[in-house]
Design a protein around this ligand. Structure first.
Ligand SMILES: Nc1ncnc2c1ncn2[C@@H]1O[C@H](COP(=O)(O)OP(=O)(O)OP(=O)(O)O)[C@@H](O)[C@H]1O
Ligand SMILES: [Mg+2]
Length: 337
């Protein structure tokens, strides 16, 4: 069954342009220039119940905006979406009770209270029965390793501890769909790992549908079987991580160590120079040309060492995040059914 269905979802923000400085502020009191930002453009995808999908893209790509629409915080400009059969922005209680949104930069726990007090509040809000509440609280706290922290004032907790408490808060009412916006942002490596392991285990155990954004490659690698990549408000890739690297193995990486470094231009005719440092160069070369290029380079220059590697999927994603969406992705995306 489909948990999430999104069709041509679009969000255009209207913001007001303002010239800088005091003068700009005064002018804008009288004459405000409207400025449209197309945050999400014509996005369509579906997510099966129980799936854990990585939602990736560079800064400003439209990820948070999409999650906000899907959790009913903001209205779309046009397009359709359903989450568990409900239109999210109608904010029906029946849907609210079955979803949760966790944002890395935004806390829902009360700062001055121990987390446990906030959980009691959520218990009342979502009408979670006593026995179920206790059971879930204990099992989640144990999975997250935070049993000892529940009675500490939230403000006294470390960032990583707080995020674990936030996750517990989001899950106490057993949502069937979980939206996670950068849940590991800024956390130390140990906490990141713990949260990753928790999410994986939780998804497997409870079959909760999870849509997760993250800037950390480890999150993506460890968690998502499937990735949705959005760039400039549009979905440019929707398939498994495996497929992403397979598509990219249309080219290979030729790593060369020279006795004497040739100039960059003379190498660029063979392929894309990915790095050029010391005596080492890596060249991205179309797969079918690899052996010809290797032979030619060996012939022409004095080469100390040569290896041929697959292009790393992490690098592919990092490239997308850096905003230099490589051509093959766009081409591959258009082939996606
Ligand atoms: N309330 C708003 N008013 C105007 N523009 C906005 C608003 N919120 C977001 N935007 C713009 O919409 C675009 C998409 O923003 P969004 O926050 O969805 O990106 P994102 O993919 O979550 O980025 P990041 O990885 O940095 O979190 C950006 O250009 C952003 O500046
Ligand atoms: Mg965001």
């Amino acid at each position: 069954m489909l948990a999430i269905e999104v069709q041509n979802l679009t969000k255009t923000y209207l913001s007001h342009k303002r010239a800088p400085g005091v003068k700009g502020a005064i002018v804008s009191l009288f004459k405000r220039e409207k400025h449209e930002v197309e945050a999400v453009r014509d996005v369509s995808f579906t997510v099966e119940e129980g799936e854990l999908v990585g939602f990736l893209g560079p800064n400003g790509a439209g990820k948070t905006t999409t999650l906000k629409m899907l959790s009913g915080i903001i209205f779309p400009t046009h397009g359709k979406a359903t989450v568990l059969g409900h239109v999210p922005w109608e904010r029906k209680q029946a849907m609210q009770r079955q979803i949760a949104l966790v944002m890395g930069q935004k806390m829902q726990l009360w700062w001055d209270l121990p987390a446990y007090e906030s959980y009691l509040l959520l218990k009342a809000l979502y009408e979670v029965p006593d026995d179920l509440f206790e059971k879930r609280l204990h099992s989640l706290a144990e999975m997250l390793g935070i049993e000892k922290l529940l009675n500490t004032q939230v403000r006294r907790l470390s960032l990583g501890e707080r995020m674990k408490c936030e996750l517990l808060a989001a899950l106490i009412h057993s949502p069937r769909v979980l939206f996670l916006d950068e849940p590991t942002l800024g956390l130390d490596l140990v906490s990141q790992k713990r949260i990753r392991e928790f999410l994986k285990e939780y998804n497997e155990r409870e079959k909760t549908t999870i849509l997760l954004t993250s800037h950390y490659m480890q999150d993506v690698r460890a968690l998502a079987q499937r990735v949705l990549i959005i760039d400039h408000g549009q979905v440019i890739f929707d398939d498994t991580l495996r497929a992403l690297s397979d598509r990219f193995s249309a080219s290979k990486l030729l790593k060369l160590r020279f006795d004497e470094l040739p100039d960059r231009n003379s190498l660029e005719r063979y392929g894309q120079v990915m790095s050029y440092e010391g005596l080492e160069v890596s060249l991205e070369v179309p797969r079918e040309q690899v052996s010809r290029v290797a032979a030619d380079v060996l012939n022409r220059f004095s080469v100390a060492d040569i290896t041929i590697d697959e292009v790393d999927v992490e690098e592919v994603i990092r490239d997308i995040f850096a905003g230099n969406t490589a051509q093959p992705i766009a081409a591959a995306a258009s082939e996606t059914p």
